[in-house]
Ligand binder design. Structure first.
Ligand code: UT7
Length: 319
């Protein structure tokens, strides 16, 4: 029997404030029609003043714990994927640990932008399989609204805020994470970056993106990494029950599904309601689909993402 990391519970949190596409029509030269047809986005949630990444992460974590049947004391490690931490340090993960009243184990953040949850999941899986932890809380949480330039129509309409969480537990058997595939190429730095930081401007900065260049990389690299991960799991794509993709753009998602020969009814889509929530996008989609009862035990799920770095990757798991 093989020791694997099984998802025991999922949870999500979205801020109360819903911003429809029309809201941007007064701010920049854009239209609901353009945003819908080019991205599939209809609305997104924005955090309230004072609502931070750690607040949202704690809400999502509590929900995931509740649904897993575990309490905070059962958790050995907390990993938060985020590029929009409350503070430069300490990590959001330690804030979540404190927020859950947990004084044991360890906690740290992972920063791989939109691919952050994939990287966090693969790291958590490595720690579980090597015996360093029995149960790990893996969270993706972002407040991208704080790094958007609301004068740049090419980016401000794309992103939203939110958090999603999963509780992973070590278990012997066929269920759990089967394979992962992680990639980065720092030579693509200028395609997607934030123009500020601690060691440069001393300010958080704003998001900058060459959208159409990234689009081409995304379609090619996401299908490739998903195929590699499926291969590493000893499977072929016809054995895949669900694709849970990073929710950046409905056109990228359908192009990836097509390259994997998966029909759209096997794809979880939340981009219309959430926009691109970066590292929160996959755990949000997983939690929404799980809460709707869409997954059955034994289903094979492929999840993939690409983001700034560039960094990209995929995870294959059996539900
Ligand atoms: O999470 C990280 C991963 N992120 C992604 O994967 C995002 C990847 N990129 C994309 O999703 C798409 O490239 C975008 C949605 C960002 C843009 O769509 P596109 O079809 O690639 O459009 P484009 O950038 O080639 O721009 C086409 C036109 C341009 O006008 P001209 O030069 O043709 O006159 C843009 O200025 O659309 C214009 N445009 C807009 N028009 C109305 C750009 N943004 C807007 C807007 N409203 N919000």
């Amino acid at each position: 029997m093989t020791r694997r990391s099984v998802i025991r519970g999922t949870g999500h949190y979205l801020p109360d404030r819903v911003v429809e596409n029309q809201w941007f029509e007064d701010k920049v030269e854009t239209s609901d029609e353009w945003i819908r047809s080019r991205t599939g986005i209809e609305r997104r949630h924005f955090a309230a003043d004072g609502e931070t990444t750690s607040h949202m992460a704690i809400h999502a974590a509590k929900k995931a714990l509740e649904r897993s049947g575990f309490s905070a004391e059962d958790i050995d490690a907390v990993i938060v994927a985020t590029s929009t931490p409350d503070l430069t340090f300490p990590s959001v993960a330690t804030m979540v640990q404190a927020g859950l009243g947990l004084a044991r184990g360890f906690a740290f953040d992972v920063q791989a932008v939109c691919a952050g949850f994939i990287f966090a999941l693969a790291n958590a899986d490595g720690m579980i399989r090597s015996g360093q932890a029995e149960r790990v809380l893996v969270i993706g949480a972002e407040t991208f609204s704080r790094i958007l330039d609301f004068e740049d129509r090419a980016t401000c309409v794309l992103f939203g805020d939110g958090a999603g969480a999963v509780v992973l537990e070590a278990a012997e058997g066929e269920r759990g994470i089967l394979a992962s595939d992680l990639n980065s190429d720092g030579s693509y730095r200028d395609i997607l970056y934030v123009d500020g930081g601690v060691a440069t401007t001393g300010e958080a900065g704003k998001l900058r993106m060459q959208g159409n260049v990234l689009f081409r990389h995304a379609v090619e690299k996401l299908a490739e990494t998903a195929h590699h991960a499926v291969e590493k799991a000893g499977m072929t794509t016809d054995q895949v029950d669900w694709l849970v993709p990073h929710q950046a753009n409905a056109r990228i998602i359908s192009a990836t599904a097509q390259r994997m020969h998966l029909p759209m009814d096997k794809v979880i889509l939340t981009v219309a309601d959430h926009g691109n929530t970066s590292a929160a996008s996959i755990p949000l989609a997983l939690a929404v689909a799980d809460e709707a009862g869409r997954f059955s035990e034994g289903d094979v799920i492929v999840t993939e993402a690409i983001g700034g770095g560039l960094s990209w990757g995929a995870v294959v798991l059996r539900w």
